[in-house]
Ligand binder design. Structure first.
Ligand SMILES: NC(=O)c1ccc[n+]([C@@H]2O[C@H](COP(=O)([O-])OP(=O)(O)OC[C@H]3O[C@@H](n4cnc5c(N)ncnc54)[C@H](OP(=O)(O)O)[C@@H]3O)[C@@H](O)[C@H]2O)c1
Length: 291
């Protein structure tokens, strides 16, 4: 990993922080994309204390703001020659009250899916500039609980349920990875998604309702942040992480996601819907993605 440039979203906490720390310890130049300066600075200090070099930077952006994503991407594009690893790790779950981002998207869908979709589009040229670019998307086994509906991705028509919205956004991460792997030009850039495990992080803290209670009860039985980061680290550092593409990993092994997440039709439609919502064009469809 020596001198590889790794951009990690949500690198101030939980799985993202451990991933950032481990990659930095192996010599990577880590770019922490975080929304809160104070938290990011504290995490950076923790990483600098153990990593043995000073190539750890912070770029600030709230992923609930398209403008901030664009500004952060512009900063990264200006200051770094390439990106070797882009780890779309940041994610959240909301309570059972539907919330929207400043751009009017349902928050879970906006932060967990549209934000990495846009960030990846904006940073892709830098990933393509790497000898072996690697885009790693942190999804979840929660995708299996989704009531996936391409016609209501933002819970405008159905009764809002925070856990269901989260599950659907994590299913989007797998579909995005699947379609991205097909649309990427025939270069040495790969992309995979993963489930980190049930990990005792800050995830879901402060969320009220059923999910909040479940998380509190489950916390003692969850794995540590260090263990939870292992599949992200594996994909960023192993040979398989640079040869496999379009797959979904769990415990460092490719596993089959559910039916909705394995559908080429869903992957293509989600891509088109995301392009429309963001009013962008992102990688034309190749023949192999026609369904
Ligand atoms: N923990 C689990 O059991 C579990 C299981 C399956 C999948 N995952 C996935 O793992 C990923 C990492 O979660 P974690 O467990 O490490 O939780 P975490 O400790 O809460 O970390 C989440 C990170 O995402 C950042 N984030 C959230 N909303 C953001 C926004 N609007 N803009 C920028 N950054 C934002 C958080 O920033 P702040 O610190 O500022 O809030 C934090 O750095 C998530 O994608 C989650 O869905 C977790």
């Amino acid at each position: 990993m020596k001198d590889k440039i790794c951009v990690i979203t949500g690198a101030n906490s939980g799985i993202g922080k451990v991933t950032a720390l481990e990659l930095a310890k192996r010599g990577a130049h880590v770019v922490m994309l975080c929304r809160n300066q104070e938290k990011a600075e504290r995490a950076k200090e923790d990483i600098l204390r153990v990593c043995g070099h000073d190539r750890v930077d912070i770029v600030l952006a709230d992923l609930a703001s398209l403008q901030q994503i664009r500004e952060a991407a512009a900063h990264i594009n200006e200051h770094y020659p390439r990106i070797d690893v882009l780890n779309n790790n940041a994610g959240l779950i909301t309570s059972d009250q539907r919330e929207t981002t400043e751009d009017g998207f349902e928050t879970t869908f906006g932060v967990n899916h549209l934000a990495p979709f846009l960030l990846t589009q904006l940073l892709l040229d830098k990933v393509l500039a790497s000898d072996g670019g690697n885009i790693i998307n942190v999804s979840s086994e929660a995708h299996r609980f989704a009531s996936f509906d391409l016609k209501d991705l933002q819970y405008e028509k159905r009764k809002y349920n925070g856990l269901k919205a989260y599950a659907s956004s994590k299913l989007c991460n797998i579909l995005f990875t699947r379609e991205l792997s097909k649309r990427l030009p025939q270069t040495n850039v790969v992309t995979n998604s993963l489930h980190p495990g049930g990990v005792a992080t800050n995830f879901g803290k402060g969320v009220s309702g059923f999910f909040g209670v479940i998380m509190k009860m489950a916390r003692p039985f969850m794995i540590s942040e260090e263990k939870g980061a292992q599949t992200s680290i594996y994909l960023a550092t192993s040979d398989e992480g640079y040869t496999a593409t379009g797959l979904y990993f769990k415990d460092k092994k490719a596993v089959k996601p559910n039916k909705d997440a394995s559908s080429d039709y869903n992957a293509k439609r989600l891509w088109e819907i995301s392009e429309n919502l963001l009013q962008i064009e992102f990688l034309p469809q190749s023949e192999s993605t026609s369904v």
